[in-house]
Design a binder for this molecule. Sequence first.
Ligand SMILES: O=C(O)CCC(=O)C(=O)O
Length: 258
Amino acid sequence: MRSADSQTYSGYHARIPGGTLTKNNILIPEPLPAYCTEFPNLVERIANTTDVFRVQSTASTTSSSDGKPNQLLINEYSAGQGIAPHEDGAAYHPAVATISLGSAQCIDIYQYLSETDPSPPLTHTLREDVKLPSSNTNTADDAAKQHNGKAIAAVPLARVFLEPRSLFIMTGSLYQSHLHGISFSDTDILTPSFVSSVPIANLPLLGNPEISRTIEKEGSYRSERSSRVSLTFRKVEKVMKGGLGAGKGKGLFGLAKR
Ligand SMILES: O=C(O)CCC(=O)C(=O)O
């Protein structure tokens, strides 16, 4: 998957159709490719499945309120590749819809441990018997890394198993005040509770019945990773009206890296 609008970030490979962001977080729009707007019309299907992309118009929002994402991020990971915990940034409406293709991979949700501005605790889980670590049990000593000067918990707060052909929607505080990342590993160990590994939050929703059967018998399920491609749909809130021609001569062409 190589093209003029593709870049490589720490091993995995990323491509961003739908337009380019200026340094001021304004999208210079380009049409999304036909493979996600015509057949299959993924954009329409996502808009029909969830209203997370329906923006309320405000003075600073110039996106349409049609409930559709307007940018696609395509990442390709080989076994062993991942992405460090991060937030997607202020350019986006706080929602993301990710389709996974190829291999399965776990995505991890991390909390900030900052004393002044911690991530809020998760208020519910998909399974009541799944115990997540409370945010109060973490201290600054548990922090593994920093992001924008704020300490991040070393152990993920939650883990979601992204099966091939699944749609994962993340919004609310998970998007706005937590971080997400994918471990640099070639194996995911799926467990139902916090024993040897972070429990899988979406176990009851998984399509592969083999996983629950194996966990019931053996206590965990081992998923070997191979190549995974993710299609991450997002909505940039500010869109340049008229596309590229509109910004000429207005000093808008400092393009953001991502
Ligand atoms: O590939 C994924 O599922 C997550 C990608 C992601 O978080 C990103 O590229 O910002």
